[in-house]
Ligand binder design. Structure first.
Ligand SMILES: [Zn+2]
Length: 113
């Protein structure tokens, strides 16, 4: 079977390869940390860069990639520090990203919704 996250071969009856499992643990243990710090920690696992990039871009649920989730956690942490509880989700980050960082805010979203 292929890994649901990176798309590389994961082995029999495995939905996630060993590398992605390890990367996922690093992300889970560092929720709220900055993206650049998490990237450093992911690279420190010794995983190939291409594998890390495939992992970060994975969006198995269609509700935002792992990178979007990291960004959502980071902004929630930041807003909380300013006393503004927020629950930005990976799906919202994905929407903002796909809209091109607000550049077309007010215009028609590309998917017509
Ligand atoms: Zn994988």
């Amino acid at each position: 079977m292929r890994c649901r996250l990176c798309g590389f071969r994961a082995g029999w009856f495995r939905r996630r390869c060993a590398t992605c499992t390890q990367l996922q643990q690093v992300v889970a243990a560092n929720r709220g940390a900055g993206l650049s710090l998490i990237l450093d920690l992911l690279l420190a696992t010794g995983a190939p860069r291409a594998h890390i990039e495939a992992f970060l871009a994975a969006d198995p649920e269609g509700a935002g990639s792992i990178r979007d989730q990291i960004v959502a956690d980071m902004s929630n942490e930041l807003l909380q520090a300013f006393g503004q509880p927020s629950r930005q989700s990976a799906a919202e980050v994905k929407r903002i990203r796909e809209r091109g960082a607000w550049s077309r805010y007010g215009g028609r979203p590309p998917d017509g919704r």
